[in-house]
Design a binder for this molecule. Structure first.
Ligand code: HEM
Length: 440
């Protein structure tokens, strides 16, 4: 039998390889993503190599020390994985940039998702939660995923484009099907131009054209707004940046970036919120503690609950990079130029040496602490760490607080909902079914 390790003296060059035909590995991953990964980790350990369609030969890591090396690597040496989400959002998206341009874009976007800006979004988040929950049925089971998606979509649209209006109404209709299809096609290579018209990409192009048309109207309006300087929405902020020589963004880039922020910023948070209610339904002790804390005006346990939720039900289970230097030293392994490196967040979060009884939903693990990379990687790590991480946590916090202030969640011993992979995010398969009663 062939040795699983390709050896070369004095150092081993390649991690153990999964020895199955490329197509079989690809089908295995598509159909049994979690199970296949668990099986290969059991067989090969926390670093091994797969060969799959689209990503090619890819080194998969979930060992914390190796993950730390990936997260702290020089951004020129490890660039974004190919294909990535710029396939869907366009080359002007932060996902499509590397090196200096990527750094500059992050610097430009960062203020919109930190500090004072976050504070100013609180009321919008609370308002949208109250608006959406006003008509929730009492005492009747329903899927909470879609209401959560509507809340997070309305929030991101309002903070990106400012006041409510006709255009926002149109965007509310276009965005959900655009995002649903985009997630499915995000990592598939786009067909050549002549075949595109007869593929699902044509529908994606149609949605994108409609999105851009509305956003261009809003950009035109912002350009001629005498109060542009005072406006706090992200569109105004990007338009103002367009006036700065050197760092300014073109109109096409602004459209790509706004599409990115809507896409990256609402389904992920909605999935995490749906999982939160799915877990709380089955954990009356945690729910009781949260309800008590809400009544007393606290929030520390709620934060710990959110950190634990993002660990135990990892919404984005993998992040990817591509080696962009003659080789990349990863522990005792040397990874050659062009090779994909995939960090398996979900498997890192399930490591019993880091988290005893990893399958348990136990917010007390994070009480009084703030988890960080490499052990906790819900938002990725390093130069490409999620730009909306603080915003997402704040949004989850406010939505959860508002629901708990207004509703009692029915708890029982229902079987756990399975995880369903939507193309980018993992959602509860039944949509997070809950029964609520309004608090008197
Ligand atoms: C619970 C919600 C969320 C989760 C779990 C999540 C997770 C992630 C992960 C794992 C990455 C990849 C990081 C890496 O490659 O190291 C990422 C990137 C990103 N996320 Fe999030 N995210 C969430 C919410 C948001 C929100 C609310 C926004 C913006 C409004 C956002 C915008 C982005 C952007 C722009 C990137 C690309 C960063 C870059 O390439 O430099 N995300 N997110």
């Amino acid at each position: 039998m062939a040795n699983a390790y390709e050896t070369s003296t004095p150092t081993r060059l390649n991690p153990p390889r999964v020895r199955l035909p490329k197509l079989v590995q690809g089908v295995g991953l598509t159909l049994f993503r979690r199970g296949a990964m668990r099986y290969w980790i059991k067989r090969h350990g926390h670093i091994f190599e797969i060969n799959v369609p689209f990503f090619g030969r890819s080194v998969v890591v979930s060992d914390p020390a190796l993950v730390r090396s990936v997260c702290t690597a020089n951004a020129e040496q490890l660039i974004n994985v190919q294909p990535n989400l710029s396939n869907w959002f366009g080359p002007g998206s932060v996902f499509g940039l590397d090196g200096g341009r990527h750094r500059d874009r992050r610097r430009l976007l960062a203020p919109a998702f930190h500090g004072q800006s976050l504070k100013s979004y609180e009321k919008v988040i609370e308002d949208e939660t109250l608006r959406e929950s006003a008509n929730w049925p009492e005492g009747k089971e329903f899927r909470i995923l879609e209401p959560m998606s509507r809340i997070t979509l309305n929030v991101i649209l309002r903070i990106m484009f400012g006041a409510d209006g006709t255009e926002l109404k149109e965007l509310r209709e276009i965005v959900p099907p655009y995002m649903k299809l985009g997630q499915l096609l995000a990592f598939a290579p786009a067909p050549p131009a002549w075949a595109r018209r007869h593929s699902p990409w044509a529908k994606l192009d149609e949605f994108r054209k409609a999105f851009d048309r509305i956003v261009c109207t809003l950009i035109d309006r912002a350009e001629s707004d005498p109060n542009l300087v005072e406006r706090a929405d992200i569109l105004a902020f990007l338009v103002r940046s367009g006036h700065d020589e050197g760092t300014g963004m073109s109109r096409v880039d602004i459209c790509d970036e706004l599409s990115t922020l809507v896409g990256a910023g609402h389904e992920t948070t909605a999935s995490a919120l749906a999982w939160t209610f799915e877990r709380l339904r089955r954990h009356p002790d945690v729910l009781a503690e949260l309800a008590r804390e809400v009544d007393e005006g606290g929030g520390a346990f709620r934060r710990a609950t959110i950190f634990e939720l993002l660990r135990v039900r990892t919404v984005i289970d993998v992040i990817g990079r591509r080696v962009n230097s003659p080789n990349f030293d990863l522990g005792e392994w040397s990874i050659p130029d062009g090779r994909t490196v995939l960090v398996r967040i979900a498997d890192l979060h399930e490591n019993p040496e880091i988290y005893p009884h990893p399958e348990r939903f136990d917010p007390y693990r994070f009480r009084g602490t703030r988890p960080a990379a490499p052990e906790w990687l819900a938002f990725g790590g390093g130069a490409r760490r999620c730009i909306g991480a603080d915003f997402a946590i704040a949004e989850m916090d406010i939505v959860l607080r508002t629901v708990l202030q207004n509703f009692r969640l029915h708890t029982d011993a229902a079987a756990d909902e399975k995880s369903y992979f939507r193309g980018v995010a993992h959602i509860p398969k039944l949509g997070g079914r809950v029964t609520l009663h309004r608090r008197k």
